[in-house]
Each structure stands twice: as C-alpha cells, then as structure tokens.
Design a protein around this ligand. Structure first.
Ligand code: CP
Length: 314
C-alpha cells in the first residue's frame, strides 16, 4: 500500500520493481476496474502551480483508466489568486471529496511540509509530488525506469550491468535527481553525469562519475543517454553566449551519438528545447525513446494510483 509519493527514496527496491511490472502489465492488458474502486467515493485533483503537458494529462488519463473522477484546479482562475493559502485550498477540495492530490510547485519539499504539519489531511488524502522545484519528480523517475527496463528486452529487472549517462543541467533537474536515486536502488553502478561544471550536482550527493566535456571516452560504452532540459526558469543567469557554448560542447548530435553503443537509447523527460539539448535528427531518430517515455507515463501513473487506491484491478 502506498500512502503518498513525495520522492523516490520513499520507495523500496521491491516496490519500484512491483510498480514497473504492474505498469508493464497495464501496457498489455486493459484493466478491468474492480467494482469496489468504482464505488469508492473521492476524486483526484491536479494542482499545477507550474506548467505541464505530460504529467498533468497522464495523471488524468491514469485516473480515468481506474474509474477515478478528476478535477484540474486551474490555479490562475482559482482563489489562490485571491491569496487563499495552499492548505486552505487542499482542505476545501478535501471537503468536497478529493482523496488524491497531484501537485506541482516551484518550491522544493513543499509537500513534505504539508504532509508533516497537517496529519488529519494527510491521513485522509494521498499526496503525489508531480515535481517540486529542483528536488524531485518521482513518477518521472519511475516511468524512466520502466522505459529502461523495456529497452533491455529481458523479463527480469536487472540494472547492474547498465551504463547510464545523464547529460546536461543536472543541478537544477528534479528529473535527474529522481532518476539517480531510482537507478541506484535498482542496482545500477555506473551513472555518469556529463555537463558544464556549474550545471553538475554536488558529487558527494551521489555515487557517480562526473565528466566535462562530452567526449568519445565517456560515451563509448553507454547503454542509456538521459538528456536533460536546460532549466532556464531555475537559473539566476543564462545568456546567449552560455547557451551557445553549451550547444557547441554538449548538444547530443548524430555524430556524438555514434560514440555510444549502437543500440543505446536516447531519453529526455520533455519538453525538449529542440536545437539546444539535442538536434531534431536525434530527437526524432530511431534511437529516441522520448515518446515511449510519454506513453509509459500513463502506464506508470496508473500503477501508482492503483497502489494508492488499495484496490487491485484485474
Ligand atoms: N516531464 C515532464 O514533467 O513534462 P511536463 O512538464 O510536460 O509535465
């Protein structure tokens, strides 16, 4: 049973493996919604204080798959704009019957604070972090693990032999941090962070190697290349010269991709800044798993909501 999902480290390796296998199952079988889930009261509300296409839409689709009604609270037209506090907004929706909150916010760790300071609300409702600041994006981490698992084309989940490069702006990336924790939990021992020095997470936080610049030797035996969005909105300063320098030295091009294993997969959480993190040729090429990640988002979020609902669909 999953009460909340605020960060990947809330999960054990076994739970992550179960979610991967369950999401994989949903990719093959349409769930028969258990009558007990349909008859359960309560709806899911998405509250996105930052923009989203993939995460919000896929949570709604996942909820509908399970027969859970959804309400998207449009923050810009809500009473948040009349200075209603976040906790009052949650309590108001909970009073109407909301039992699942899917929340994206620019402040890191904001849901941990809500959950720990409001035990009655957190006991009555499930909270899912849909991305908080530069801290965590756990369902993106999970769907990325599902995508890597599928690319291995093996029934067992074994990441111990994998070499994974994470290319770009990891210091501002909640996706990179969630991916690193998930990869480590699943046994991956070779995670290489590649990017300009000022964009790399602190090395002591993670057991990984760090590389600047992107070159043949760091790429040549990679199985997976996770490219990251340049997080312009989280940078105090980003000028054109810096961006041009990034494109020149770190952009994933077809020529640079040839340095990796021939069957290496290319991932990106989206949205892509085409022509910055990678060329369109790579984004749309046959090694790109980017749209697979998007489809997997629906499957993984279905598995997560099912685990929270305590009702097993068939
Ligand atoms: N990867 C991701 O979170 O995409 P959205 O911002 O579109 O939800």
């Amino acid at each position: 049973m999953l009460k909340h999902l605020l960060q990947i480290s809330d999960l054990s390796r076994e739970q992550i493996e179960q979610l991967i296998l369950r999401a994989q199952y949903f990719g093959i079988n349409s769930p028969n919604i258990a009558p007990s889930l349909l008859s359960k009261k309560g709806f899911l509300s998405t509250l996105f204080f930052e923009n989203s296409t993939r995460t919000r839409a896929s949570f709604e689709l996942a909820a509908h798959t399970l027969g859970i009604k959804t309400i998207n609270l449009d923050i810009n037209t809500s009473s948040v704009k009349k200075d209603e506090s976040m906790i009052d907004t949650f309590q108001t929706l909970a009073a109407m019957g909301c039992r699942y909150f899917v929340v994206r916010h620019s402040e890191s760790n904001i849901l941990e604070k809500i959950v720990s300071e409001h035990p009655a609300l957190s006991s009555a409702c499930h909270f899912v972090n849909a991305g908080d600041g530069h801290h965590a994006h756990p369902t993106q981490g999970l769907l990325d693990m599902l995508t890597i698992y599928q690319a291995q084309k093996k029934s067992e989940i074994d990441f111990s032999h994998l070499r994974v490069g994470i290319l770009g702006d990891s210091v501002h990336s909640r996706v990179a941090k969630s991916d690193i924790v998930a990869l480590k939990l699943l046994g991956c021992r070779d995670i290489r962070l590649i990017g300009p020095d000022s964009w790399l997470v602190e090395p002591e936080e993670y057991v990984t190697s760090q590389t600047n610049p992107l070159n043949k030797s760091v790429m040549e035996d990679l199985d997976v290349i996770i490219t990251l969005r340049v997080q312009k909105e989280r940078m105090a300063y980003l000028d054109l010269a810096l961006l041009n320098d990034y494109v020149e030295h770190f952009q994933l091009t077809s020529e640079r991709l040839k340095w990796a294993k021939p069957d290496a997969i290319v991932m990106h959480p989206g949205p892509i800044n085409r022509g910055i993190e990678m060329t369109s040729e790579v984004a749309d090429g046959n090694q790109s798993f980017i749209l697979k990640q998007v489809s997997n988002g629906v499957l993984m979020r279905t598995a997560v909501l099912e685990a929270m609902s305590e009702v097993r669909t068939e």
